[in-house]
Design a protein around this ligand. Structure first.
Ligand code: GLU
Length: 484
């Protein structure tokens, strides 16, 4: 264990886990594993106005389903808890006092109306919209008086008014922000709760976070955070900001344009392994063109210096391809086990284990998402139904002759193999003079319910003699009349 490497995934529970969040979690997890460090889950739930019932539970469940276990976090105290920010409010209030004492923060009594007016004026004057700092100038005594009168207020950071901040980002290199672009950030809101910025910095420090790995949308907040580290006199963690996730049209990936919730992908039948592999490549690749990585392989090969700066396109088709790849290459027994629930939902009896494995082995080539298994296998378990168009083929004289012929041939043989079936197919073709479509369409319709599909020996492997006989009998118009 390397105690100096400590990273965290710090989601604000919004009700679902965004794929961007999954990538942040994954990269933190991989970085921790690769460097024998600690991966921490911290729930940033101080925004009470955004509280959503069940959101935290859902997040924890999704993290578990996807298979990224944390070393420290809710119900797993590593000595740095609690890991819910809502349980740490006293800590933030203590810390903000230190900032006030040092003169790095100040009380602001401006009402929402005053602030709205300020913004409107700035908008009309085409100035940057920001807090103009008027409460910085309040006399100490006046502040005391207004606090004693319990006047509603917030606490703001006293951001430098000029100069600029430079810092090194492990992904983006040297980054510079002029201070006059940075607002006097609210640190404690009027409800007494901290804002993300204060809580995040205090916790990263107290939890001894060594590397802050998070989405690019937080890059512009980093100067505020660095201001706080410096004001407290704390050592700063290293920062790595991950590239934005984009739609194929290069717009920012958002819920409006389709699925972005990890739980929705799982519910649709994407495999956790495929999602992890796919998400790993959204902004990172190793020195080869390789695309397929198991989680363990990623743990060995991941490194921050191979994270790209430019936005990563979320290509759903690639995810689908990858899911199909994982399905086809998974151990058959494992896949069969995972698919059972879909058969159960449809009340399909899969108790014949040999048949079930054969059926899955056959159908796995034809699906990209787990639930599709049903439409690819139902015909092996349930009675077939036919359309009027099918009947034109099935009821034709040639087809009827064919079925009778097969029934007689099958009844003559005991030990039937796929080769025997191949022979019967050839014999029936020669003796009844039926070729191509005339032969295969009626056979497949009777046995498989569709004119197109697998070859006849394969169908035999999946169905067996009894089903072959009963399915041919079923399509025979008059099974007592031997037309052949
Ligand atoms: N709570 C923030 C979020 O929801 C965390 C950002 C960070 O990692 O600093 O993404």
């Amino acid at each position: 264990m390397n105690n100096s490497i400590r990273v965290r995934f710090a989601p604000s529970p919004t009700g679902y886990l965004h794929v961007g969040g999954l990538r942040t979690a994954l990269y933190n997890y991989l970085f921790a594993r690769k460097n024998k460090g600690t991966f921490i889950l911290r729930i940033e739930d101080t925004d009470r106005t955004r509280y959503i019932e069940g959101a935290v539970e859902n997040l924890l469940k999704t993290m578990e389903m996807i298979g990224l276990p944390y070393d420290e976090g809710p119900d797993k105290d590593g000595g740095f808890g609690p890991y819910y920010q809502s349980q740490r409010t006293d800590i933030y209030l203590d810390h903000v006092k230190k900032l006030l004492d040092k003169g790095a923060a100040y009380h602001c009594f401006c009402s929402p109306e005053t602030l709205a007016e300020m913004r409107e004026k700035q908008r009309l004057a085409k100035e940057m919209i920001r807090y103009d700092g008027r409460c910085r100038l309040l006399e100490y005594r006046e502040v005391e008086k207004r606090l004693a009168a319990k006047e509603s207020h917030v606490i703001r950071a006293k951001i430098p008014e000029s100069g600029s901040l430079e810092f090194e980002d492990l992904v983006r290199g040297q980054v510079t922000f002029p201070w006059d672009m940075i607002d006097d950030q609210v640190l404690i809101k009027s409800d007494g709760y901290p804002t993300y910025h204060l809580a995040n910095v205090v916790d990263d420090h107290l939890m001894k976070i060594s590397h802050v790995i998070r989405g690019e949308e937080w890059l512009s907040s980093t100067p505020k955070h660095i201001f706080l580290y410096d004001a407290f006199g704390w050592e700063k963690p290293k920062f790595a900001h991950l590239p934005l996730l984009l739609n194929p049209d290069k717009s920012k990936l958002s819920k409006r344009q389709g699925d972005v919730a990890v739980e929705d992908f799982l519910a649709k039948g994407y495999l956790p392994e495929a999602l992890i592999n796919f998400v790993a490549l959204l902004g990172w690749h190793n020195e080869t063109d390789r695309e397929i990585f198991s989680l363990m392989e990623l743990e060995e090969t991941f490194s921050i210096d191979r994270i790209t700066k430019s936005g990563a396109v979320f290509d759903l088709e690639k995810l689908q391809w990858m899911n199909g790849f994982y399905l086809r290459n998974m151990k058959l027994e494992d896949l069969a086990t995972r698919l059972k629930t879909y058969f159960k939902l449809e009340s399909i009896d899969i108790s014949d284990q040999d048949k079930y494995l054969n059926v899955i082995d056959f159908a796995k080539e034809r699906i990209t998402l787990l639930p599709e298994i049903i439409e690819q296998t139902r015909m092996f378990y349930e009675d077939l139904s036919f359309t009027d168009e099918d009947h034109l083929i099935i009821d034709s004289e040639n087809a009827q002759k064919l079925y009778s012929y097969w029934l007689i041939e099958l009844s003559k043989l005991d030990n039937i193999t796929e080769e025997t079936i191949e022979e019967i197919t050839k014999k029936s073709s020669n003796e009844l003079n039926l070729k191509g479509k005339e032969l295969y369409f009626p056979l497949r319709l009777a046995l498989y319910g569709k004119a197109h599909g697998p070859n006849i020996p394969t169908l035999y492997r999946l169905l067996g003699k009894d089903d072959f006989v009963s399915r041919f009998q079923k399509v025979l118009i008059n099974s007592n009349t031997k037309r052949f």
